[in-house]
Every structure is written in C-alpha cells, then in structure tokens.
Design a protein around this ligand. Structure first.
Ligand SMILES: [Zn+2]
Length: 425
C-alpha cells in the first residue's frame, strides 16, 4: 500500500514532537499538517501512536555469505523490519570476507533478492581481516552499496597498517569504522575483568584492550583528519578520549550498543553464554559514562552489533561460546523500557541516536518532510509485551532478554513508501 492518510500521529522530527496527520501519495510524503481531508485515500487512525523516521543500524552482522546457519540476509533484515529499522549496514566478516569486488557484487545481488529493508555493507579494511594487506579501497568505495571500511570482529593491530588505511580514507573522503581491540592486552578472557569474573574464577578482558587502541587511532586522525567512528564503546576511558577529540574539532563519532547501555557485569546470571559479547558488559562506572556520553551527545549513535549464533554454538560453557548477541528486533522497546521509562535518557535522545545520529556518520538521507520518500516507523509506547523465542525473526535466539517485558511495541514500518502492518503479519 503506497497511498494512505495517517491520522492522529504523534510525530517526532528534528527534535520536536507534534500531533499531526501525514498524507502519503505514491510512497512520498505529500503533506504533514493537522486535519488533512482524506478525499478517497485509505485512512489509518494511529490514535496518538509515536511516529519517527525508521531506524538506521550501522553495525549488523548478517552472516551471509558463509554462515547461513546463524542468519541470512532475509532473516536478519526481517528482524530489522520488525524492529522499526529501514536501513542497516552489514559488517565485512563474512565468508568469503567482504574484501573484494566479486564478493561485494555477489552480496549486492543477494540483497536485491532477499532484503526486507535497505541494506549496505562495509568493505573490510585489510584482506580477510588479517591486518596484513589493505583492500583496494578506491575500487571498493566506488560501489554504492559500500559505505565505509571496517575490520569489525578484529582490531587492526599494526599501527602502520591503520595509518595507511586512514590516510587513504582521508583521500577518498570515506570513513574508518573501528573495532578497537589491542590483542596484546588479551589473555583469553570471556567477560569483563571485574567483580563477576573474579567471583567465578573466569579470565577477564581488561578495559585497556579497548581504549589503548582508540587512543592510538585518534592520534592518527589528528594527523590525517579523516572521518573515524568507534564501534561498540564499552569503557569510560573511551568515552573520555572521544569527547576530547570532538572538542578539538576532529570528525570522530562513536556508537554504543543497547546491551552496553542497559546491562553491566552485575546483570550476568549463571555464567550464561548469552551474556558473553565482545566487548564485554563492563562495570557500573563504565555504564554511567556511556549514559552520560549519550546524554551529552559524545555518543550520537546506538548500534545493535546484532551478532547471531546458532543455538548449538551458544549451548556450551561461557568460556567456549562465541561472542555476541542478537539485537535488531527489540532494540527500541528495550531502550525505551530501560532508559526512557527509568528517566536515564530522554526519548528524543534515543530516537536521535537511532536516526539522525547514524545518518550523519554515514551521510544517509534522514528527512521527514514534504517530498521525501516515506520511511517511518510507528510505535505504541503504552503497549507492553514479553520477548519470546517464538516471536523472533532471527534464525538465532542468542539474547539475554528472552522473557523480558517491554513497552514500545512496534505497530508498523513504512519502508520506502510501503505501509507494512506488523501486527497483522
Ligand atoms: Zn566489533
């Protein structure tokens, strides 16, 4: 359905909430004002439901090609659609790795066939994420589906290699999206080196493994003034480093994941592998710094780091299980329930970090105005529901939030003009 009138919307746009009607014709927003006459248009009475630009996730693992037992382009993007996302960006750690033009063109073809939302990808920074040889950055960024460079899953260990990548990114006006992890600080840990690790005799992952590499990268940015984005910030030191660099006027940004914004090491239960992710859930102090960073807009992006793993892969000890949890389908209800309803973060800040924040980082269009293609999501803030495995659209179920009751149920997603009622489906 591409022609309809949304009555009684509670629209959030450019920092302001307003009660309004929205007329969509041939998929484009024709008018935003109160009391629009419907003419012969089908009317959808939203009864005050929240409407926002649909969300943008700039950190997703779709697992295809190579790991289709965990997720596919179809199931991953369906999770996104049901989570209110309209655009997602896939990480390059597929098999084959997204490091050459053939793999990228094959991915583009698959996306055209199976994608439920707009899908882009990063190219790897180094071939096969090995940190040894740069990809052909100039050739890869030429493809519209490639929006930047990331070795996510691994930090680029060699200073020289990262310097070369940043220099080239600067010349190409492209962006380095960095998974920061200094491997010399790793000792085979599985959760944060803190209270829980100590109590359960588990090897910890220290904070320096993250912030040391962020500090190194920011020094390189000071030289080349390239666009640079820090993935899944988890430590207070990283927030401080990013804040300092932004004050100097560098074009650097950072993201936090819903799980790092909601949980700490104190929430880990029974050494369950669904609490194992990289970076790990940190201390309460780190959590407070992330919330503060989101509130003062040092962190302008919430990104899911959606990382599906098959049930049998996670069905082992916390030491042996792979890192990561799924996140696309319930990011907003969880953020709304745990941060907005508890008065830790405003609804405006959360919505900005899911829309304009990521759009600015990757130069995506994110307009809700007359003449723009309708890309909107619609939420019922007062309706609660419980996250159950049977309702997951992902192929995997690795989330610590199963059984959690949330508010902010998604009612519909308007994808490139098409109204998709998710409650009827
Ligand atoms: Zn990562």
């Amino acid at each position: 359905m591409n022609n309809y009138l949304l009555k009684n919307a509670y629209l959030y746009n450019q920092g302001i909430f307003q009660k309004t009607d929205i007329l969509v014709k041939d998929g484009y927003i024709e008018e935003i004002s109160s009391n629009i006459e419907n003419g012969d248009m089908p009317v959808i009475d939203l009864q005050g439901k929240l409407v926002s630009h649909n969300f943008i996730d700039i950190h997703t693992h779709l697992r295809e090609p190579g790991f289709e037992h965990k997720e596919t382009i179809h199931t991953g993007s369906l999770s996104a659609l049901y989570g209110g996302y309209g655009t997602i960006v896939a990480m390059a750690n597929t098999n084959p790795c997204m490091d050459d033009i053939e793999t990228v063109l094959d991915f583009k073809h698959r996306v055209e066939q199976d994608g439920c939302v707009n899908i882009y990808t990063y190219s790897a920074i180094t071939q096969n994420l090995q940190g040894q040889k740069l990809v052909d950055m100039a050739r890869l960024i030429d493809e519209d589906i490639v929006v930047g460079f990331s070795d996510d899953g691994k930090g680029v260990q060699s200073d020289e290699m990262m310097e070369l990548a940043m220099q080239l990114a600067s010349n190409l006006d492209s962006i380095i999206v960095a998974h920061c992890e200094d491997e010399s600080e790793l000792h085979g840990g599985c959760i944060h080196e803190g209270r829980y690790a100590k109590e359960h005799h588990l090897i910890g992952i220290n904070s320096a493994s993250e912030y040391k590499q962020v500090a190194r990268d920011l020094e390189i940015v000071r030289q080349y003034h390239n666009r640079y984005h820090v993935c899944h910030i988890s430590t207070k030191e990283t927030v401080a480093l990013l804040n300092e660099a932004q004050k100097e006027g560098l074009s650097v940004s950072g993201e936090a994941s819903p799980h790092h914004l909601i949980l700490t090491e104190d929430n880990i239960k029974d050494c369950h592998p669904n609490f194992k992710m990289n970076p790990p859930l940190r201390s309460q102090e780190d959590h407070q710094a992330l919330i503060q960073g989101l509130n003062d807009r040092t962190i302008t992006v919430i990104a899911t780091d959606h990382a599906p793993h098959a049930r049998d892969e996670k069905n082992t000890s916390i030491q042996n299980a792979p890192f990561g949890i799924i996140g696309l389908q319930h990011a907003f209800p969880l953020l709304y329930t745990y941060l907005v309803k508890k008065n830790l973060v405003s609804l405006e800040t959360i919505l900005d970090a899911l829309t304009v924040g990521p759009a600015q980082v990757l130069h995506f269009d994110c307009q809700v105005q007359t003449g723009s293609l309708a890309n909107l999501c619609i939420f019922d803030l007062d309706q609660s529901f419980t996250i159950e495995e049977k309702d997951l659209k992902s192929k995997s179920a690795n989330t610590p939030f199963l059984g959690t009751t949330c508010y902010g149920r998604i009612f519909a997603n308007i994808m490139n003009g098409e109204f998709i009622n998710l409650e009827e489906k």
